[in-house]
Ligand binder design. Structure first.
Ligand SMILES: CC(=O)N[C@H]1[C@@H](OP(=O)(O)OP(=O)(O)OC[C@H]2O[C@@H](n3ccc(=O)[nH]c3=O)[C@H](O)[C@@H]2O)O[C@H](CO)[C@@H](O)[C@@H]1O[C@H](C)C(=O)N[C@@H](C)C(=O)N[C@H](CCC(=O)O)C(=O)O
Ligand SMILES: Nc1ncnc2c1ncn2[C@@H]1O[C@H](COP(=O)(O)OP(=O)(O)OP(=O)(O)O)[C@@H](O)[C@H]1O
Length: 498
């Protein structure tokens, strides 16, 4: 693509630009290691590195022009801009032909429930005969094919590249607060925006709930298409705030809740083996009998229903699809233990999610609850104490174990887990650092009517190497199911910490 029209897309951001000869640009990159001849390299001042330090590397690899924020004089044309992240997203949008303009885009944001709501909606759209892409934490699915996903929301270049490839009629995208803050979705306009809820998470990044909320709200205030629609969980206090805010800005918001004024009302909820409830909107009431349990999943289903209804899918078809929805990998995935216990793998890693998850086990008849979980190294540490207190309050016993350490030293994490268990665990907690041994111990001790809830990793592979030959919670449970005679090991049997 010719460089001059390409640079038009960032004209409002340009601080300084030299005379630029016409040139055919062959690619856009923000990682110098991926630069090829004829590319534009955009230097991002990042959280770990400063892309400006890699400009020489990019030039050596053949970059034809550089975009960055610093005032520099270079051997190739250098365009100084006010914001490199915004610039790279706009350049990528333009380079890939603004694919979001021809696609119907649905953005899902919120602390918990994005993946589940996105999967439910994808299932409804597919059942109604529409092709549908999905970009989110578990996977990126484009034209029916899986592409490995690194982040919940891809970086700006990968995002535009994936959208350009998509021949799907709809694209559902989980939009994380990091993505919104880092302008990964700059230049994208959503037809629908879904807000699930907001609760304590990522405060290491956003520092306060107010900042976190305003970043999430920007999906609706800045990235909805003109005439685009917001679908909001009004039961959530931040959802209620958001719908007021959107009303003031004359942005159409549809609410899901339990009040008469909500566009879709949830009533008559019964959580037993699955979830039964009614959804009422426009004077029509439907009874839904979903196999996927948990009140949180009722909220997710109501949001998916509301969006599908706005898309124009007949209501009976939506209900049928919700009833045939068989869940999301690693979200309340249940396994039967030979002694009559139930093991559950769940991705919960916030206080709210953990509470919903444990509550669901109780509602499903758990006589006794054990909870196995840990915390990711380097992430929001302010939520840890609250989660341990909640776990101690709701369980008969819990085991703190390793999640991804992400560079944190094992002994430092182990010490912190011991301190959390003894300070907030009410004598119900023990620490078994090796995650596979923690699961093994609970497996060997499990009794009839007991529910063992393993949270945090969901379907993800372990980043650490553990004793037992399993690379995920699922593999560990499946190994135990197939070979109940797996031996116990020295590393287990932690003591309860008082
Ligand atoms: C803290 C954070 O969010 N970091 C994200 C951020 O990295 P960054 O831009 O600061 O990059 P950096 O590593 O400091 O490097 C700066 C620049 O130097 C460049 N560089 C670096 C080295 C080199 O040799 N050459 C070179 O050019 C890099 O390519 C980059 O452009 O921007 C990158 C591109 O968009 C992201 O991939 C990266 O996500 C990291 C991997 C990450 O873990 N992010 C998490 C926190 C995240 O975003 N999670 C949310 C979901 C959270 C949730 O809901 O649970 C998500 O959307 O995935
Ligand atoms: N509506 C909800 N409210 C609260 N908790 C929920 C809700 N939906 C799901 N959860 C809990 O949160 C966990 C993660 O769910 P899900 O993957 O759908 O959310 P997410 O927003 O995509 O999470 P992440 O951003 O971490 O990928 C689930 O395993 C469940 O325990």
């Amino acid at each position: 693509m010719e460089i001059i029209p390409l640079l038009h897309s960032i004209k409002e951001l340009i601080v300084k630009i030299p005379p630029i000869p016409e040139y055919n640009i062959t690619g856009i990159e923000m990682n110098s290691r991926h630069i090829d001849k004829g590319y534009i390299f955009t230097a991002i001042p990042g959280f770990t590195y400063d892309g400006h330090d890699y400009i020489d590397d990019a030039i050596q690899r053949g970059a034809a022009a550089i975009v960055g924020e610093k005032d520099l004089d270079l051997s190739v044309p250098y365009i100084q801009v006010t914001n490199s992240r915004e610039a790279v997203a706009r350049l990528a949008g333009s380079f890939y032909g603004h694919p979001s303009k021809r696609l119907k885009l649905i953005g899902v944001t919120g602390t918990n429930g994005k993946t589940t709501t996105a999967y439910m909606l994808k299932h409804i759209l597919n059942q109604a005969g529409f092709s549908c892409a999905l970009l989110g934490t578990v996977s990126y699915i484009i034209n029916g094919e899986n592409v490995e996903s690194a982040n919940t929301t891809p970086d700006a270049i990968q995002l535009q590249k994936l959208l350009a490839k998509s021949k799907d009629e709809y694209v559902i995208m989980e939009v994380s607060s990091h993505a919104l803050d880092q302008r990964r979705v700059e230049g994208i306009e959503f037809d629908f925006g879904i807000f699930t809820n907001l609760s304590h998470d990522h405060l290491d990044y956003h520092h306060s709930m107010e900042n976190y909320f305003s970043v999430k709200a920007s999906l609706f205030l800045a990235f909805l298409k003109k005439g685009g629609k917001a679908i909001i969980n009004h039961l959530d206090e931040y959802g209620a705030r958001l719908s007021k805010l959107l009303q003031m800005k004359q942005i159409t918001a549809f609410t899901v809740g339990k009040a008469a004024h909500n566009d879709i009302r949830i009533d008559n909820v019964e959580i037993s083996e699955g979830s039964c409830f009614t959804l009422t909107g426009g004077g029509v009431q439907h009874r839904v009998d979903m196999t996927f349990p948990g009140i949180h999943n009722v909220y997710n289903a109501a949001l998916a229903f509301s969006t599908a209804k706005l898309i124009g899918i007949p209501e009976e078809d939506i209900i049928e699809a919700l009833e045939s929805f068989d869940g999301v990998p690693g979200r309340f995935e249940m396994y039967s233990h030979p002694a009559g216990a139930t093991f559950v793998i769940d991705y919960a890693h916030t206080l709210d999610a953990v509470e919903y998850c444990l509550k669901t086990a109780k509602q499903l008849g758990a006589k006794r609850i054990a909870h196995i979980y840990g915390f990711r190294g380097g992430r929001d540490i302010s939520k840890r104490e609250k989660i341990v207190k909640k776990s101690a309050e709701m369980c008969n016993y819990f085991i703190l174990t390793f999640d991804d350490l992400d560079g944190m030293k094992e002994d430092v994490m182990e010490k912190e887990l011991r301190q959390l268990a003894s300070q907030y665990g009410g004598g119900k907690g023990k620490v078994i650092p090796d995650r596979t041994l923690a699961i093994l111990e609970a497996w060997l001790d499990a009794c009839d009517g007991e529910w063992v809830i393993i949270t945090g990793k969901g379907p993800e592979y372990y980043k650490e190497i553990f004793t037992m030959p399993a690379h995920s919670d699922k593999e560990m449970i499946e190994a135990l199911l197939h070979d109940p005679g797996l031996p116990s090991s020295d590393g287990g049997n932690g003591e309860f910490l008082m």
